[in-house]
Design a protein around this ligand. Structure first.
Ligand code: ADP
Ligand code: MG
Length: 164
C-alpha cells in the first residue's frame, strides 16, 4: 500500500516539542491526533508543541484531573488525557464524541483506550523510549488519504527519516 509513515528521533524535550510544533503549523481543522506510548515518554511534551504550532499562547498544562481541556489557537484545540480513565462508562459525561465530530483539533493521550471512538481518518503518533535517557522514537502514522496528503507536506528535519 502506498503509505507514508514518518519516523523521527529526538534527543531532548525541546526537540520533541519542536517536532510537535511543526506538525501543529500544518494541521488543518478538523483533525484528530491519537497519541500512544508509555507514561513519561513525551506525549504531553509533544502536544504542547502541537498546540503552540496551532497558535495557542502560553504553556499547555497536562489536564491531569480534567480529562479534557479546551485551548484557543487559530482553531479550538482540545487536549484530552485519558490516563485516569478506568472504564468506558466514564466517557459518557465527557462529551468526547461531540468534540470528535466538531470543528477543532483534538489531541488525545492514551488514545488506545478510546480506539472504538476514533474516526477512521486520524493521525496516530506513537512514542517510544530510545537508547539514552533523552532519546525518543516518534512514529507518525496517517490513517486516511487526507492525513497521508498532510504528511507528504511535512518536511523532515535533521533527525528524521521516512520509513515505508
Ligand atoms: N526527547 C524527549 N522528548 C520528550 N520528553 C523527554 C525527552 N527527553 C526527556 N524527556 C522528559 O520526559 C518527560 C516526558 O513527560 P510527558 O511529556 O509528561 O510524558 P507523557 O505525557 O507521555 O506521560 C518529561 O519529563 C521530559 O522532560
Ligand atoms: Mg501526559
Amino acid at each position: 500500500m502506498n503509505t507514508i509513515n514518518l519516523m523521527f528521533h529526538t534527543r531532548s524535550p525541546e526537540e520533541t516539542q519542536r517536532l510537535g510544533e511543526r506538525l501543529g503549523e500544518i494541521l488543518q481543522a478538523p483533525a484528530v491526533v491519537a497519541l500512544v506510548g508509555e507514561l513519561g515518554v513525551g506525549k504531553t511534551c509533544f502536544i504542547q508543541g502541537v498546540a503552540r504550532g496551532l497558535g495557542v499562547k502560553g504553556y499547555v498544562p497536562s489536564p491531569t484531573f480534567t480529562l479534557i481541556r479546551e485551548h484557543h489557537g487559530r482553531v479550538p484545540v482540545y487536549h484530552v488525557d485519558l490516563y485516569r480513565l478506568e472504564k468506558p462508562q466514564e466517557l459518557e459525561d465527557l462529551g468526547l464524541e461531540e468534540i470528535l465530530e466538531g470543528e477543532g483539533v483534538v489531541l488525545i493521550e492514551w488514545a488506545e483506550k478510546v480506539r472504538f471512538l476514533l474516526p477512521p481518518e486520524h493521525l496516530q503518533v506513537e512514542l517510544r523510549f530510545g537508547q539514552g535517557d533523552e532519546e525518543r522514537e516518534i512514529l507518525i502514522v496517517p490513517h486516511g488519504e487526507r492525513y497521508r496528503q498532510l504528511l507528504r507536506g511535512f518536511s523532515q528535519g535533521p533527525h528524521a527519516r521516512a520509513s515505508l
